[in-house]
Design a protein around this ligand. Structure first.
Ligand SMILES: Cc1cc2nc3c(=O)[nH]c(=O)nc-3n(C[C@H](O)[C@H](O)[C@H](O)COP(=O)(O)OP(=O)(O)OC[C@H]3O[C@@H](n4cnc5c(N)ncnc54)[C@H](O)[C@@H]3O)c2cc1C
Length: 401
């Protein structure tokens, strides 16, 4: 019988909420601390991969999330000028792989948060954590604890980043993206695909079907445009009209999205940083989600990795020795996290960079990668998050949506 621990969960993003739920179900006493006055999601849409879906299934939340999201069969990208295919990944390339699920971040948040509330897990909001000392959390002027374990789920800028045994070196990625949520438009779009348009790798426009934010709500899409972080201010200064005319020129079907967005105020800038903690645990501390590893969203794994971390920590804490359990958690996630972090870092410049050479190489390789077995199968397994078989390792069953 695992020991029941007093656990503080720092941060109420996908990693924190899923970890809290999973540990609560295993009999631990958990308390969530979140800096926002009311817990809330940030951003627009994301893809819940078969890995993340399996964790949601284990938490008993698959039906709830499935009801809000939009199943995806493929990711498809074309050169904006020539129409040439520069990305074509089909989940069906591998039998029984499952499908992606496009979802609004608010939908993922509300399903996880609703379950946290339903389970009576306490959440302290307006609680900005500044430090951790001897199992006691410092939150501005006050202190909470001591806790047997603190789970750092405060994202890539966590104030506890340096407290794990193998802290990450941070690398700001040159390309960011502006994101917005728009009503779903059928004309010119495939409701079961993430669609993208590119000019070399310096321009990337994407439209991702994300289903509904709430039950019965309108169908939505996430719209994004890749921009160099340093160029964002000049983009805004040049005006929404100039930018939207450029986007509509490259992808005329997005004209209704651009008209709905109307100005830059409807779009949020997301900057990315790449960091991987070598050992994401410390004395009475475990880092999960972006606090342990963050990268560009090019491979679409971040929230899924956070959900896998939640499951891995739960499995590891079944060992009654806390020190050993934390080592086990680090070991359970090590290979999968490292592989995906390395793949994200290597692949991002092919789709987001100013290189002239990489997009040419990409355009030569992609037709082969999408048609010559076993490459399409490898690509599908990569995007689904299933390389190295993380589900089996964590005792999770594959799910079908
Ligand atoms: C534009 C964009 C697109 C993405 N697309 C995808 C995708 O398609 N698929 C995918 O899987 N992932 C995607 N990701 C990545 C994914 O969003 C992240 O990996 C995921 O949100 C990480 O969850 P998290 O809970 O670890 O961190 P976060 O979501 O950052 O949550 C951290 C929480 O901690 C709180 N917090 C922070 N500091 C403190 C403090 N000092 N005290 C108390 N609370 C604090 C924050 O308020 C927040 O609620 C994308 C990311 C971005 C930016």
């Amino acid at each position: 019988m695992p020991k029941s621990l007093d656990i503080a969960i720092a941060g109420a993003g996908p990693a924190g909420l899923a970890t809290a739920l999973s540990l609560h179900r295993d009999g631990h006493r958990v308390h969530i601390f979140e800096r926002f006055e009311s817990a809330r999601p940030i951003g627009s849409g994301l893809i819940l991969q078969p890995t993340g879906q399996a964790v949601m299934g284990e938490l008993g939340l698959l039906e709830a999330i499935r009801a809000l999201g939009r199943p995806l069969d493929r990711l498809i990208g074309h050169d904006a000028h020539s129409g040439r295919t520069v990305l074509d990944m089909r989940y069906a390339a591998l039998p029984r792989l499952g499908r992606g699920l496009g979802i609004h971040r608010a939908a993922l948040f509300s399903v996880l948060h609703g379950a946290v509330v339903e389970n009576g897990i306490p959440i302290s909001t307006g609680a900005e954590i500044t430090a951790l000392e001897g199992g006691v959390l410092e939150l501005g002027g006050r202190r909470e604890g001591p806790f047997d374990l603190v789970v750092d789920a405060m994202g890539s800028n966590s104030p506890l980043r340096g407290r794990v045994r193998g802290p990450a070196r941070r690398r700001a990625l040159p390309f960011a993206a502006i994101w917005g949520t728009v009503p779903w438009v059928d004309d010119g779009f495939d409701g079961a695909a993430l669609m993208q348009r590119y000019v070399r790798s310096s321009v990337m426009i994407g439209v991702l079907p994300i289903g509904r934010q709430t039950t019965g709500g309108p169908d939505l899409a996430a719209f994004f445009w890749s921009v160099k972080a340093d160029d964002y201010d000049s983009l805004v200064r040049a005006g929404y009209g100039a930018w939207s005319a450029r986007v509509a020129g490259l992808w005329p079907a997005t004209a209704p999205h651009l008209a709905t967005l109307g100005d830059f105020g409807s779009l949020s800038l997301a900057r990315y940083q790449h960091q991987t903690a070598a050992v994401p645990v410390g004395d009475g501390l475990a880092a999960v989600g972006d606090a342990a590893h963050s990268t560009s969203p090019q491979l679409g794994q971040g929230a899924n990795m956070a959900l896998l971390d939640a499951r891995a920590l739960t499995v590891a804490l079944r060992d009654p020795d806390l020190g050993q359990a934390l080592e086990r958690y680090a070991a359970l996630r090590r290979s999968h996290v490292r592989l995906y972090q390395a793949m994200s870092l290597a692949l991002t410049p092919f789709y987001q960079s100013e290189s002239r050479f990489l997009p040419i190489l990409r355009d030569l390789v992609v037709p082969i990668a999408t048609s010559v077995p076993p490459l399409p199968q490898f690509l599908a397994a990569l995007v689904a998050g299933k390389l190295l078989n993380p589900l089996k390792q964590l005792g999770l069953s594959a799910v079908r949506i």
